[in-house]
Design a protein around this ligand. Structure first.
Ligand code: MF3
Ligand code: CO
Length: 278
């Protein structure tokens, strides 16, 4: 069953996703050569707790940490470890979920540790562009397949591999709800998008081939060809006025502002630390 959320439910999801975006900004600040991925997990766990949320991933199907940190050729679900030090030039995917009063928010960003090669910088920029295209394809009366077709079109234009084994998802009172939201088309297929549907859209694009493999830890997903991968995710609500990306204060009691945040609109960790936590 696909549920459409009420206004009060959406306000809780906005709060949960707001926490995710603010804490992701703090984690981004901690991404630098020499930092361990476990340090980033500590920041994530503390940041969610300080804001009154609950970590959504910790204990989910036995996942052992609060955040997924996927480095280099890791696509998603990298497990933070004290043994994994970030190196200059690596791409670092940060994927975080939080729960507020039983409602979930889920978002991800990929950034570079130090200075990254132009080819990797382009991969992460295009992945964000693909996410934006996917979000903009969320239209009441449209189809779920429209989202993936939009993501895929951006990826294909740049020759990137689109991961097929892992997909976006409905989200609400569970991290993963129906429907599945693949990052590929065709458009005009799959479920009809209705007002109040909440979707986690999460393109995973590979510099090389699309093929991925799960490591022996049962979680870490890597590219088969060993080339870099990038991942961005937003939790989005379909409204009659257009898609609203949760976590940026655009869905509020006062009114709703549709539109998709760009890089420059991600919250800055500094303002969060100085006490500007809503
Ligand atoms: N954003 C990812 C997803 O939607 C994160 C899941 S990681 C897990 O699937 F640990 F919670 F499984
Ligand atoms: Co997700």
């Amino acid at each position: 069953m696909i549920t459409c959320k009420s206004r009060s439910e959406l306000l809780l999801m906005e709060r949960a996703t707001r926490i995710v975006q603010e804490v992701l900004a703090e984690c981004v600040e901690a991404v630098r050569p020499g930092a361990t991925t476990e340090e980033i997990d500590r920041i994530a766990a503390a940041g969610i707790k300080a804001r009154g949320g609950k970590a959504a991933f910790l204990g989910y199907r036995g996942y052992p940490r609060s955040i997924c940190v996927s480095v280099g050729d890791e696509v998603v679900h990298g497990i933070p470890s004290s043994k994994r030090k970030l190196r200059e030039g690596e791409l670092v995917g940060l994927d975080l979920g939080a729960i507020v009063e039983g409602y979930y928010g889920d978002a991800a960003r990929t950034v570079g540790a130090g200075k990254v090669a132009p080819e990797l910088d382009q991969l992460l920029r295009v992945t964000h562009e693909a996410l934006v295209a996917g979000v903009e394809a969320v239209r009441v009366g449209g189809k779920i397949g429209d989202i993936g077709a939009a993501v895929e079109a951006v990826a294909t234009r740049h020759g990137y591999g689109v991961v097929r084994e892992f997909v976006g998802h409905g989200i609400g009172t569970a991290l993963h709800e129906k429907p599945e939201v693949p990052n590929y088309g065709p458009a005009g297929r799959r479920e009809t998008i209705r007002g109040g549907m909440t979707l986690a859209i999460e393109p995973m694009l590979n510099l090389g081939a699309a093929d991925v493999r799960v490591a022996s830890d049962g979680w870490t997903v890597r590219t088969v060809d060993g080339k870099a991968s990038s991942h961005f995710e937003h939790t989005v609500v379909a409204t009659a006025e257009g898609p609203v990306v949760l976590g940026f204060g655009r869905y509020s009691r006062e009114g709703t502002v549709p539109g998709v945040p760009g890089f420059h609109e991600y919250p800055a960790a500094a303002s969060v630390r100085s006490g500007a936590v809503a």
